[in-house]
Design a protein around this ligand. Structure first.
Ligand SMILES: Nc1ncnc2c1ncn2[C@@H]1O[C@H](COP(=O)(O)OP(=O)(O)O)[C@@H](O)[C@H]1O
Ligand SMILES: CC(=O)N[C@@H](CCC(=O)OP(=O)(O)O)C(=O)O
Length: 298
């Protein structure tokens, strides 16, 4: 069979005009985000599929390479649940937060810091940008306070981030990509489990980030959670606040985190589909973006 004819406008490298167009479209955004801080919350499906994990690491390496001060904050809820079940420990969520006794916090720390964090660090490093793993305890990064669920439910040792000391992030980010696991301690040194969406918003706020991006396992904020085509492409913080009471599951802490971040000066917060390869790059470097973007109220 004859070889398919090359696109008439293809260059000797095989790149077509359309690909060059994508690069040109990205250029003003690369310029806009150069030397700016962008916080990426990593979790959900993008973290469970090995191929997507690799693509994510490559995208983060690329961002650092083009001069973006990229900071990764990660969760790993499904991995914690898997280990809890292996250890025959009960798994319970209230208001989107894991009910965490002392043993649960211990498992969360082992899984997030020991396993998930190191996996991300190794992958980004293999793509040419050395990364450094941190938790809320490193360099006194987070101070937390015991919190309750959204309806005042007792959830045990779950922490609300009350202070972020960005010193360690600033030092690390000079040469490395900081990768932060969402655990921290209170004033008395007691370890707490922290919802990673909330940790990401706290980091974005404290670092004065230009953008905060959440990767998740749906297309974004859906008007109807059962209808994947009902994506809300853009919303003001006021619209999110009006809708919050009616939103269930993990989308609630995510949208709350978007609102908190934008209220505290982050330019925009986005929720993008982590099942789609390169969703972070599409959101940052294309005119159409990808997923839901939350902006200050008009
Ligand atoms: N209106 C909504 N739009 C999108 N997802 C929603 C909505 N309401 C509830 N959800 C649920 O929120 C989930 C995403 O939150 P979560 O599971 O915590 O994500 P992650 O693990 O990626 O942080 C979705 O898989 C979906 O089941
Ligand atoms: C208090 C609380 O719920 N902590 C979360 C921390 C991990 C997390 O948030 O992971 P995802 O972002 O992957 O959901 C948990 O234990 O699951």
């Amino acid at each position: 069979m004859p070889e398919p004819a090359a696109e008439p406008s293809a260059t000797p490298s095989g790149l077509g005009v359309r690909d060059v167009g994508t690069l040109l479209e990205a250029l003003p955004y690369i310029r806009q985000f150069r030397e700016r801080t962008i916080v990426i919350k990593y979790g959900g499906a993008a973290m469970t599929d090995p191929e997507l994990r690799e693509e994510f690491a490559r995208d983060i390496a690329l961002l650092k390479y083009v001069g973006v001060n990229v900071v990764v904050v990660h969760g790993g809820g499904p991995a914690i649940t898997e280990y809890m079940e292996r250890l025959n420990l009960p798994v319970e969520f209230r208001g989107g937060l894991r009910v965490s006794d002392e043993q649960t916090v211990e498992v969360a720390k082992m899984v997030l810091i020991g396993k998930v964090n190191k996996d991300i660090v190794v992958r980004i490093g293999r793509h040419g940008q050395p990364a450094v793993g941190l938790s809320g305890d490193d360099g006194n990064l987070f101070r937390v306070e015991t919190t309750t669920g959204p309806g005042g439910e007792d959830v045990g040792f779950v922490g609300r981030v009350t202070r972020v000391d960005t010193g360690v992030i600033d030092h690390v980010a000079e040469d490395f990509v900081p990768v932060i696991a969402s655990v921290g301690s209170d004033e008395a040194g007691r370890s707490h489990n922290v919802n990673a969406d909330e940790a990401a918003a706290a980091v974005a706020r404290a670092t004065g980030a230009t953008r905060l991006i959440f990767l998740t396992d749906v297309a974004g904020w859906l008007r109807d959670p059962a209808d994947p085509d009902s994506l809300i492409v853009q919303a003001g913080t006021d619209e999110v606040e009006q809708a919050l009471d009616g939103i269930s599951g993990g989308m609630r802490p995510k949208l709350q985190a978007c609102v908190d971040a934008v209220h505290s000066g982050v330019g925009a917060a986005s929720i993008v589909d982590g099942r789609k390869p390169h969703s972070v790059l599409l959101e940052l470097f294309t005119d159409d973006g990808c997923g839901t973007q939350i902006r200050p109220a008009r």
